[in-house]
Ligand binder design. Structure first.
Ligand SMILES: Cc1cc2nc3c(=O)[nH]c(=O)nc-3n(C[C@H](O)[C@H](O)[C@H](O)COP(=O)(O)OP(=O)(O)OC[C@H]3O[C@@H](n4cnc5c(N)ncnc54)[C@H](O)[C@@H]3O)c2cc1C
Length: 285
């Protein structure tokens, strides 16, 4: 199908975007990999699109002090190489290869994925697990919302009408942090049925910090605080990993019925994937 008629404006600055959004009938066009699909199905009928692809500086991707700053035009593909140093770069690189396939990764943006908030998308759970902050810009200026507060449910976020997501700030992981990612999906390049992100810091052989994120294991991205606590001050050995998997499945996950997976299956898969992600982190060397 073709989209319903709409008009189109190209923005040259964040102010242009905010001005365009003020009519309440305009949508932001970033990579277009979700929005245009919905428009073609006529599930969305914006009166106008404001294209942010030509705003100078929106493609910034740079470590700054103890955070990584990500602008609205940083495509998924940017994380495939070694642009981001250290353990955070390793984690993002492992995750990105599970997002769709190369042409979509070349156009789609990380911030677009956060704004869209698909329940099975990987990035929302990554930024939630890592304790990232999001900057939103509207007519009243900027405000910052933690990832933990940003996602409210499937396709539902704390973004207010008229606001543009202008920056993501992800804390860098301490040197020596080990990372892992495990995903189950039904077909190649489809969305995740479930996935788990893990970043574990060891001090003198024991876990001093753990960040675990669950994809599609609840109505929003989950930071698995219970599983993280189960690892603290323990060596990252088989008993600790097994216990963390059990806690993630029984306490942290809050699965919803899915067409191809009942609730018991989903909890079992969370335990298995948590163990796999943690074992990958342990074996990183
Ligand atoms: C076949 C297929 C498979 C896919 N598989 C996966 C997958 O496995 N995992 C995954 O995570 N994703 C997957 N995707 C989605 C893909 O990652 C999209 O790129 C992403 O969800 C949206 O990013 P975008 O830049 O294309 O946003 P767009 O499509 O341009 O926009 C999406 C929504 O976000 C809004 N928006 C975009 N940027 C901003 C901003 N800066 N501020 C405010 N609002 C904004 C738009 O107005 C729109 O409502 C898949 C898509 C397709 C078509």
């Amino acid at each position: 199908m073709k989209p319903a008629p709409f008009s189109y404006v190209v923005a040259r600055s964040a102010d242009d975007v905010v001005a365009a959004l003020a009519d309440g009938r305009t949508d932001v066009l970033a990579g277009g990999q979700s929005l245009v699909l919905e428009m073609n199905y006529r599930a969305r009928r914006p009166a106008r699109l404001v294209d942010i692809n030509r705003v100078p500086g929106f493609d910034r991707l740079e470590p700054d002090g103890d955070v990584l700053r990500v602008g609205p035009l940083v495509r998924h593909r940017a994380f495939e190489g070694d642009t981001v140093p250290g353990p955070l770069g390793t984690l993002l690189r492992r995750v990105v290869h599970h997002i769709a396939h190369p042409p979509i990764r070349a156009r789609g943006t990380l911030l677009g994925s956060l704004a869209y908030a698909h329940p099975a998308a990987e990035w929302p759970a990554v930024v939630t697990a890592l304790g990232a902050d999001l900057e939103l810009t509207g007519r009243d200026g900027h405000r910052t919302v933690s990832a933990a507060d940003f996602f409210r449910g499937p396709f539902d976020t704390a973004r207010r009408a008229g606001e543009l997501l202008t920056e993501l700030r992800v804390p860098l992981l301490p040197p020596g942090t080990r990372v892992g990612f495990a995903e189950h999906r039904r077909t190649h390049a489809s969305f995740a049925q479930l996935a788990v992100i893990a970043a574990v810091t060891l001090t003198q052989g024991r876990v001093s910090a753990a960040r675990i994120g669950l994809v599609n294991a609840a109505d929003r991205p989950v930071r698995a605080h219970g599983a993280e606590a189960a690892l603290l001050n323990r060596p990252l050995d088989d008993p600790a990993i097994t216990e963390a998997g059990r806690v993630a499945a029984e306490q942290d996950a809050d699965p919803r019925p899915q067409p191809h997976a009942d609730l018991g299956y989903q909890r079992h898969a969370v335990a298995v994937l948590t163990r796999r992600a943690l074992a990958q982190a342990r074996d990183q060397g």
